[in-house]
Design a binder for this molecule. Structure first.
Ligand SMILES: Cc1cc2nc3c(=O)[nH]c(=O)nc-3n(C[C@H](O)[C@H](O)[C@H](O)COP(=O)(O)O)c2cc1C
Ligand code: SF4
Length: 620
């Protein structure tokens, strides 16, 4: 990182010629790596920032000019993503993961200790510019909580001794490359493996199987689509859409080229199974993407890798390179003339909503990650208007195995309506947090037994936007017909205060709302404020009613799934753990905290969205 961009002794000294030169070098380097198309804006900004430490105004101006996009759009993109910085950051940038499971394992204490020792407040840069310290949403290391990132590198299991060691290294200005390697070692906790994690799939095997199926059936790529449909694979990212139907619909679009996108955003707090797949099963993912490309007739592929997993990028690129050398990517894959497909990895920049498929596509196009209006569906008009499929990392792995072993093999596991296995990311109050692969249909109780959970009072399945399950629901099953989950399985024992858990989730959604539509932007902030008010002992029964009303409004009037599910953890805990709320109430008297309709009306007017159709989310 170039420190001399900022003259800390003479802040008004302006940008020096040396600094301008550094900006020029960084921007040119980023353009060489990513090109000058406007779609590359986010990647160019990230690349330049890695060299400069932040994005000073001259860098933004140069990038705007080179990519021929308005400077206002560049500034808008920088403001949207948490990991893009318009202000200087510390030479060491420490970001504490702020999932509820990190807090349960002491992250607040570690943050306080480091803050005191390093003389820097959370959210600030130290006066000498050495270190900045902050929190960020879950970084996907819940099995290693509390965890943090230093300049994008993961530091797991941060106990008091490790926090002190980090401070020593930072204060001694030891370069990160010279830090003890074990500080950055993230062990993959595979606790239960089934057909996916046990499968030693050899690179190219599934692609060749897809080609062979097409020849045997005499219908080429359609045989692949038939196999995926026959397997009844439902998407593993959370929503459970039928993969085969999505692929077939995309394959029927007249427009080419078509696009295959792998959603590796894994932003749902409590989920970390894609981290394992990306780190150890990359061939299986790329194999699944290539099979998908064959099935739908796509030539272009993207992996959208969350910014928090930047440290996985080099190994993923190496795998892609090897696959190109082996003829598994590029032109004429596996010797099949006309089968051309390649994959590029785009790195996100810290935005939960970018996991939503249409927001992700916007982000891939170099824009702010605002979810699109639908229709049209992405399968018709996705990346740059091209027919596009977006699937979760685990879905592509499952697809590769289905094509290799067949639909019947896949359907032999799981339940009638939920075939196959599912990876669960188990964390929280249990002896053995980690990844568990089960046939779908496994009971919550079975998972709790296997992970060594005791005195469990609640499980949050599917992350904050999923389901809160009380003790009387532990016989329920993880399956699309019962408890749907993208994979998060957070365990809470009797020592936990479920009101505080819900309050944390309310803060999460208020922070992550992209602000595009009024119900979500205002509603999530109001919910957060109400939860804080109750925490402070100033809440009333009326506030509980207002929470319920707001949750209903969010569910029905939000533009995308984030807003729709933002009220779920509050409703779930209110239903199952109401005493945790009620014992905090100041008085049973009705005491309105605010005028809900008035607050919404003002916000609607401010954004020009006060027409009756505003709740449908039409673009302003
Ligand atoms: C706010 C929000 C965040 C999401 N984050 C992710 C994510 O990180 N990974 C993912 O695969 N799907 C995520 N989804 C679901 C995607 O929109 C989409 O349904 C999924 O990628 C489709 O893949 P699948 O059919 O293979 O599950 C998210 C949805 C919403 C509303
Ligand atoms: S519901 Fe609206 S404000 Fe909330 S994340 Fe979705 S588009 Fe953005």
């Amino acid at each position: 990182m170039t420190e001399f961009l900022v003259n800390r002794t003479k802040p008004d000294a302006g940008v020096t010629p040396d600094a301008m030169q550094a900006v020029e070098v960084a921007v040119q380097e980023a353009l060489r790596a990513w090109g000058c198309e406007p779609t590359q804006l986010l990647q160019v900004l990230r690349h330049a920032q890695e060299a400069l430490g932040y994005l000073p105004p001259p860098a933004l101006e140069r990038i705007a000019a080179e990519l021929r996009v308005p400077i206002a759009r560049v500034r808008g993109v920088v403001a949207f993503y948490s990991f893009l910085y318009a202000e200087p950051q510390g030479t060491y940038r420490v970001l504490f993961s702020d999932n509820v499971t990190d807090r349960m394992k002491g992250s607040a204490d570690r943050l306080r200790e480091m803050s005191q020792r390093l003389w820097v407040e959370p959210g600030k840069v130290s006066a000498d510019g050495l270190v900045s310290l902050d929190r960020t949403s879950s970084i996907g290391l819940c099995d290693h909580a509390p965890a943090l990132l230093v300049n994008g590198r993961p530091v797991p299991d941060v106990d008091a001794a490790r926090a002190a060691q980090l401070c020593d290294l930072i204060l001694a200005r030891v370069p990160l490359d010279a830090w003890p390697r074990e500080l950055f070692t993230v062990e993959d906790h595979i606790r239960r493996a089934d057909v996916m994690l046990n499968d030693p799939l050899r690179p190219g095997e599934a692609i060749r199987a897809a080609l062979a199926r097409g020849v045997a059936a005499g219908n080429g790529p359609q045989a692949t689509l038939d196999e995926i449909k026959g397997a009844r694979l439902l998407g593993r990212g959370g929503a459970g859409f039928t993969t085969g139907v999505k692929w077939e619909s995309c394959s029927r679009q007249p427009v080419t080229p078509r696009v295959v996108v792998c959603n590796a955003d894994e932003g749902e707090p409590g989920t970390f199974k894609d981290r394992l797949l990306l780190g150890r099963y990359a061939d299986m993912i790329f194999e699944g993407m290539t099979v998908a490309a064959y099935g739908i007739g796509a030539s272009q592929g993207f992996v959208y890798l969350r910014g928090e997993y930047r440290y996985l990028l080099d190994a993923l690129r190496d795998t892609l390179e090897r696959r190109r050398r082996d003829g598994l990517l590029g032109s004429g894959i596996c010797g099949c003339a006309g089968f051309d497909f390649d994959v590029q990895i785009h790195v996100g920049a810290g935005s939960y909503v970018c996991g939503e498929a249409s927001a992700l596509v916007e982000s891939l196009e170099g824009k702010r990650g605002i979810p699109r209006n639908r229709p049209p569906r992405l399968a018709e008009k996705g990346y740059l208007g091209r027919p596009t499929i977006v699937n979760n990392v685990e879905s592509y792995c499952a697809a590769a195995l289905i094509v290799l072993h067949g639909a019947d093999w896949f359907r032999a596991r799981g339940t009638e309506r939920s075939s196959g296995t599912k990876l669960l990311s188990v964390s929280g109050d249990c002896e053995r947090p980690g990844i568990y692969e089960y046939p779908l249909g496994v009971s919550v109780r079975q998972v709790l037994e296997d992970c060594g959970a005791r005195n469990t009072i609640a499980v949050q399945a599917g992350g904050p936007s999923g389901a809160c399950l009380g003790q009387d629901e532990f016989e329920r099953r993880i399956a699309f017909e019962d408890i749907e989950t993208g994979g998060a399985f957070m365990v809470f024992d009797g020592s936990r205060d479920m009101f505080e858990v819900a309050r944390h989730f309310a803060h999460f959604f208020a922070h992550e709302s992209c602000g595009f539509c009024t119900p979500c932007r205002v509603g999530t902030s109001l919910l957060r404020n109400l939860m804080d008010k109750i925490r402070d002992g100033k809440g009333s029964q009326h506030d509980l009613l207002t929470i319920e009303e707001l949750c209903g409004l969010l569910r029905n009037a939000s533009h995308c799934g984030l807003g729709e599910s933002a009220g779920r953890p509050l409703l779930g805990t209110l239903q199952r753990f109401r005493p945790a709320y009620e014992r905090r109430l100041e008085s049973p008297a009705v005491e309105p905290a605010f005028d809900l309709d008035g607050a919404l009306a003002r916000a609607r007017r401010m954004t020009g969205r006060d027409d009756p159709g505003a709740h449908l989310g039409e673009a302003p």
